[in-house]
Design a protein around this ligand. Sequence first.
Ligand SMILES: NC(=O)c1ccc[n+]([C@@H]2O[C@H](COP(=O)([O-])OP(=O)(O)OC[C@H]3O[C@@H](n4cnc5c(N)ncnc54)[C@H](O)[C@@H]3O)[C@@H](O)[C@H]2O)c1
Length: 259
Amino acid sequence: MLIDLTGKTAIVTGAGRGIGRVIARTLAAEGVTVALLDIRNDLLDEARAEWAKAGHKGLFVKADVRDKASVTAAVAEIHKGLGRIDILVNNAGVAAGARIEALDEAVWDDNFDTNTKGTFLVAQAVAPIMKAQKSGRIINAASFAIIIPSIGSAAYAASKAAVVSFTRVLAGELGPFNVTVNCYSPGMIPTEMNGYAAMPEARQNRLLDTLTLRRWGEPGDVAKLICFLASDLSAYITGAMIDVSGGKFATQIPAVAYE
Ligand SMILES: NC(=O)c1ccc[n+]([C@@H]2O[C@H](COP(=O)([O-])OP(=O)(O)OC[C@H]3O[C@@H](n4cnc5c(N)ncnc54)[C@H](O)[C@@H]3O)[C@@H](O)[C@H]2O)c1
């Protein structure tokens, strides 16, 4: 049994760097024409150069997922350029935070505007296209923070918890149109968002001790899940949240198994 995504089209938001870039790259390597959407032109320029070198087809679109006009224009441009939209990966996200007394209202708003409203706005723009096609896959980035949140992550965890409920409602609304909607929760994947790899060793070990598979996640671990969720093999999975965290806290103290 093979995953076959050849000839499909996708939008990946926040595809300029980090996990999003690897998701876009992995889909492209599987024969998908990917529209990479990001708020930063410099990252899109880097991606464009990478795509040209690899010989991948793609579109590079600057847009701010927090802004409805920007999202509407971007999705219209992508639809015109690609002809159809088979897959939407709502990956763009931010994660700033602080403990409650120090948590700025602006930081709270940015978490909700990017992670929650951004997911809503892009899905809202793409939904009519997928409904008309009578097929589609919407895949939203949640986070392990929706399972067990961290101290200082109130805005981020709450904004991502909302993504899970949003995913389920959208799955219900789009089910009759053969559009599946799922979300996934990465655990700890070193990127510029979190700086795990730059932490002192003792701190890294404390975090790694929470994992059943005692290693940092890799963006490719998420990208492989996305390929499955985007494919025909996942046709009967919708409204689901999939934990891709290496079994974080699958048991109370996973490190015991390593002693
Ligand atoms: N890295 C992890 O361990 C981890 C864990 C759980 C969940 N996640 C989620 O995975 C996703 C990707 O995380 P990452 O670690 O690759 O982050 P990252 O910060 O490396 O990348 C995020 C990308 O989103 C883009 N972006 C930010 N705001 C945007 C906006 N308003 N409009 C368009 N693009 C915007 C950024 O420019 C960047 O390219 C996020 O949703 C994050 O919450 C990551």
